[in-house]
Design a protein around this ligand. Sequence first.
Ligand SMILES: NC(=O)c1ccc[n+]([C@@H]2O[C@H](COP(=O)([O-])OP(=O)(O)OC[C@H]3O[C@@H](n4cnc5c(N)ncnc54)[C@H](OP(=O)(O)O)[C@@H]3O)[C@@H](O)[C@H]2O)c1
Length: 254
Amino acid sequence: MIVGILGRGRMGSALARALAGQGQSVLIAGRTHAVRQPPVLAAYPEIHCVPTSTVVAGADLLVLVLPFAAAVELALDGLLDDGRGRTVIDATNPTTAPAGTTGRGRSGGRLLAELLPRWRVVKALNTVPAGMLGEPVLDGRPVTVPLAGDHPSAKIESAGLLRGLGFVPVDVGGIDRAPALESLAELLMAIDNQHALRGRLGFCLALPDPSAMAQPSTTWGGRAPGPAAERQRLAPPAAESIRSPLGRPPRPSR
Ligand SMILES: NC(=O)c1ccc[n+]([C@@H]2O[C@H](COP(=O)([O-])OP(=O)(O)OC[C@H]3O[C@@H](n4cnc5c(N)ncnc54)[C@H](OP(=O)(O)O)[C@@H]3O)[C@@H](O)[C@H]2O)c1
């Protein structure tokens, strides 16, 4: 699979290196010097610095790791029109969002999902500091990565990528949950600043029963889950994803 990355800053470069470390082919673009390989990426033959249009055309899965406003601009300019039903992971945090796009009930992830109808948008990785990519374990526990989106197959694809990077993906529901993920990222950034952790922190979900993840719950006031068949499709990866941190196998699936 070819992973396309838009944004070649701290997060984009760290993600590219982590993926290359897994032997994954990566196409990556920044805004400037589009095809010049920065020294920090030059050591990786798997990573190809190319123009934005080449990334969009050639990626099997795309990850947005540029400023949120720049992602909105690319979408509005039509540079992301060629979606073809592919998966795009929105890892942006709308810290410098255009007025009216975020705030209670609105979110960057939801806005991008509206702007990118030809893509299957998954909000994920925005809660992971760049410093955790390539080193996803803290205090002996792999970091949890919540992901939200309206397309189960896109979440399964994204979960596979995250698992390959050593994280524990957790499906938190539809793209309507993106505001919660953006708030979580804001909280983690505040804790990072407060304690000068330099990006070495993460969220690890503790659960009483690993198989609980195969049964979407409305306990916290969430919306009712989708059709049973869809839940069934999601169950195996979700159960597998939480097996390793708890060190025991999930219950046999129904
Ligand atoms: N840093 C983190 O730990 C972290 C963690 C989670 C999520 N995020 C999110 O990831 C995004 C990037 O963060 P960052 O820390 O990596 O920022 P950064 O270091 O400032 O890098 C931003 C990158 O985006 C590129 N860019 C800007 N406008 C662009 C455009 N129109 N087309 C293509 N590329 C463009 C820049 O290109 P040039 O270099 O050419 O200017 C630069 O490579 C943000 O939304 C942030 O909230 C960051």
